[in-house]
Design a protein around this ligand. Structure first.
Ligand SMILES: NC(=O)c1ccc[n+]([C@@H]2O[C@H](COP(=O)([O-])OP(=O)(O)OC[C@H]3O[C@@H](n4cnc5c(N)ncnc54)[C@H](O)[C@@H]3O)[C@@H](O)[C@H]2O)c1
Length: 279
């Protein structure tokens, strides 16, 4: 079976690695060769560290790397049985990518999207084969995180769902069926919890107290404020806004403190300042 992964960013590079590790010949297609160069270098460095630590032999690392090829031409997806798209989370971009895939892919190819919350039905609607289009939501980092949420569009066929699920299991993933509504399962529960933590900080609780309470009271490995800083305040706010706008329900209203922080450039770890200060 041949796999094509579209996008060599954070998720696409990890999914490419995971497919090759599971033994599949995998072509990575990105519009920008520079993104692929970066992904290649990161993967080579990761495997060097694994070999040095004795977690992987040089032969195993070479075998995995030999299964990965790179292209900036969509025609390279023509032989793929399964395509997994991981380009930025913009509906117009995803639609353009799926139109291109529709033009070059085999009729029976599965066209999967790693979208975090866009409509699979809408993405599928631009193709002549919406029954072949489905959501498979990996988590970061893709080779490490066990979960994949499966999201069917209105048109996704039973056969495609069954094949996609079996493929995810062959990658060693555990799958859950998630509804095609904003946030799927994980983000619909997790992000409002982070949002509520922000409300508590806005009301005067310290981020340290909120995080300590949640870590020691529920065994969370990371408190919600720490987690929001880690993911990025802007990214978390965008997901919360997506829930609010997608459900048209005031229970998902984003916390105004998050909006203030984003306006001030306090984006969490990546900017050096969020709920906490980072050096
Ligand atoms: N980052 C996460 O933690 C995470 C987790 C789960 C799902 N997702 C989803 O995965 C998708 C990708 O996210 P990411 O964080 O990897 O983004 P990213 O910005 O790190 O990578 C996107 C890649 O797509 C490439 N690209 C842009 N336009 C393209 C095109 N027309 N054709 C081919 N490649 C193109 C870019 O060059 C870049 O390498 C998004 O839909 C996102 O919501 C992200």
């Amino acid at each position: 079976m041949k796999i094509a992964v579209i996008g060599a960013g954070l998720m696409g590079s990890g999914i490419t690695q995971q497919c090759a590790q599971a033994g599949f010949s995998t072509v990575n297609i990105d519009a920008f060769a520079a993104a692929q160069e970066k992904a290649k270098a990161t993967l080579a460095a990761l495997f060097e560290r694994k070999v040095a630590k004795g977690r992987l032999t040089t032969e195993e690392a070479d075998a995995i790397l030999s299964r990965i090829s790179y292209s900036t031409d969509y025609a390279a997806a023509g032989e793929a049985d399964i395509v997994i798209e991981a380009v930025p989370e913009k509906i117009d971009l995803k639609k353009a990518v799926f139109k291109q895939l529709d033009a070059v892919c085999k009729a029976e190819a599965l066209l999967l999207s790693n979208t975090s919350g866009l409509s699979i039905s809408e993405i599928g609607s631009v193709t002549k084969r919406p029954q072949q289009v489905m959501g498979t939501h990996f988590f970061y980092p893709a080779p490490v995180m066990k979960l994949v949420e499966l999201i069917r569009g209105l048109a996704t066929s039973d056969e495609v769902y069954t094949q996609a699920k079996a493929f995810m299991h062959s990658l060693g993933k555990t799958t859950v069926d998630a509804p095609e509504y904003p946030g799927f399962i994980v983000n619909r529960i997790l992000v409002p919890m982070q949002n509520e933590a922000a409300y508590m900080v806005m009301e005067g609780c310290s981020p340290e107290d909120v995080d300590t309470a949640m870590k020691l009271g529920t065994n969370m490995p990371m408190g919600p404020c720490e987690l929001t800083d880690f993911v990025g305040i802007d990214v978390m706010l965008a997901t919360m806004t997506g829930l609010y706008e997608g459900f048209h329900d005031s229970k998902y209203r984003p916390c105004p403190l998050l909006e203030r922080m984003v306006k001030a450039g306090r984006l969490g770890r990546k900017s050096g300042q969020g709920f906490y200060t980072y050096k």
